[in-house]
Structures are given as C-alpha cells and as structure tokens.
Design a protein around this ligand. Structure first.
Ligand code: FPP
Length: 277
C-alpha cells in the first residue's frame, strides 16, 4: 500500500467528495472506514491533533514478546497516523514519543527507542519530504544522544520550507519543564512585568502553533501524563482502549467524528441556549 516517496494530501479538503477521493485506493466502499469518512465534516477538522501513544508494552506482553517489539510495531501506527493527518490536511500533529520521565526505563529500552527513532527518520524522510510535511521536535532535545540529534536536525532542516502538515515529535518532553523553560526565557529576556498569556505562549516550545483541539490517548488510561499542560486547556480529550500498535487510520477518523460531535463552549454556553434565555 505504501512506498517511499508516495504522495498524499496534496489539496486542502473542501468537500465530502474530495475527502473520499483523497482516500481512494486506501479505503474503498463498502468499508467501515468509508462510512466513518462520510460522517466527517471537512469544514470542521481539528487544527492540531496531539497524541499520547500508549500501550506498546502491553501489546508486546499480550503476545509474549519483548517490550521492544511493541515499540517496533508502534512505528507502523505512527506511519498510518502521519499519512492520514496529511491526507486530511490537518495543520499540526504532535506525537508524544519520549517523555522526560522515560529515562527511568531500563537503559537497553531507552537506547533501543533512540535507535528506532533514528531508523524511522532515515527511512521516512523521503515520504515526509514528498508530502510537504514539516518535521519539528519539542522538548529538551539538546541532551539526546548526538547521533539522534544529527538525524533530527537533518529532518528539520530539509523540511523547513514545507507548508503541509506540521509533524511535531515530543522528545525528552515534560509539560512542567516546558513551563520552567518558558519562565526562565521570560526572566532572561527581562520581560516587562506583569507578563500575560501571550508572553507565556510565545516562550513555549510550541510558539506559533495552534493549540491542540483534540488530544487522543490510546490504551485506556485517563491521564494527561505531563503532556502539553498549558496548551490543552480547551482540548477535547478522546481516550480509546485500542493499544497504540493497533491504532490505524480508521481509529483516527473515529476520534475526529467524536470530536465533531462534541459541543465546544470554552466556558460559555451553547448558542441555542443563549437564544432561549
Ligand atoms: C508508550 O508505550 C510508548 C512509548 C513510551 C514510546 C513511543 C514510541 C514509539 C511509538 C516509537 C518511536 C516514535 C516515533 C515518533 C518514530 P509503553 O511502553 O508505555 O506501553 P505500556 O504502558 O503498555 O507499557
């Protein structure tokens, strides 16, 4: 189905027909995925989807495999979700790949995860490039092994002119440390007192990106795990029991359908209720 350099998501999706056409050859009728696609409103797609990819270990455990096999299988899910987000022309997709707390894992798991990340970038860069995806990282990336930093730098530099989906990988990331870094930046830049929300936003790793409007967590845990603490203030949270290595395009589409079903009030009240008061 996929090959390096394959092209998708070239046009902005303006109608249901365009949406179904974008997925032609991937999902063809009759299929449950086409039914989900037909329930999507192309005019109300999320602007930023953030994902807590969880459950790799449990996936491997269920199969009596080493944990690493779960992470390896998780790469297929990463590919599918990046491809789907690009096909839908979702402006930003942020994936939580390695938290600042993940250093507590066995040294061999950490080093294999780093290796997997390098392999992924090397293998996928042509496809990322061809599909106009811009690659970016957030987190305290400067302390990652130099060989990883090298691959990340190449991917960031080679894709910096791309205007399609922004693929953001959170690495050695912690929401609290991001705020610590932001406050220190403000102090260093001698920000004028009092600072406001905009000052803080401009000092975050996600400067310039829209806030996530949809936060997806796989494998059923009801936690935000120190992810994008400032940015998810108004995000719709969608938790699925599906383990990350099993998560595919159809699951992402289902999450978006559910997102579109929600009534987002941002602390206000719904328009219909306003008319009846
Ligand atoms: C959580 O599962 C997953 C991670 C900590 C790592 C996620 C990494 C990948 C999917 C591969 C590399 C990523 C990219 C973007 C190329 P867990 O191990 O905590 O699972 P468990 O809770 O079932 O033990």
């Amino acid at each position: 189905m996929r090959y390096p350099g394959q092209q998708y998501g070239k046009v902005a999706i303006n109608s249901m027909n365009e949406l179904v056409k974008e997925f032609k050859g991937i999902f063809d009728p009759p299929s449950p995925e086409v039914e989900i696609l037909e329930r999507l409103d192309p005019h109300r797609l999320p602007q930023h989807i953030a994902v807590i990819m969880d459950g790799n270990g449990r996936w491997a455990e269920q199969r009596h495999l080493p944990r690493m096999e779960g992470h390896r299988a998780g790469i297929a899910a990463v590919r599918a979700i990046v491809e789907t987000a690009a096909r839908l022309s979702i402006p930003v997709l942020t994936l939580y790949a390695f938290s600042a707390e993940n250093w507590k894992r066995p040294r061999s798991e950490v080093s294999q995860l780093m290796r997997l990340l390098k392999e992924y970038i090397r293998k996928e860069l042509p496809t990322i490039q061809k599909n106009n995806i811009r690659f970016q990282t957030i987190g305290r990336v400067d302390v990652l092994p130099s060989s990883v930093r090298r691959e990340l730098k190449i991917a960031e530099e080679e894709t910096q002119g791309n205007g399609g989906t922004r693929m953001v990988i959170a690495l050695n990331y912690s929401g609290r440390l991001e705020l610590v870094d932001a406050f220190n930046r403000l102090l260093k830049d001698a920000a004028t007192y009092p600072v406001d929300e905009e000052d803080i936003e401009k000092s975050l790793y996600t400067k310039g990106l829209p806030e996530p409007d949809l936060l997806i967590r796989t494998s059923g845990e009801m936690r935000v795990s120190n992810f994008l603490l400032w940015q998810i203030a108004y995000a719709e949270i969608y938790v699925t029991e599906v383990l990350w290595p099993d998560f595919r395009a159809g699951h992402l589409l289902e999450a978006i359908v559910e997102f579109q079903r929600r009534d987002r009030r941002y602390g206000g009240i719904h328009f219909a209720s306003l008319q009846s008061t």
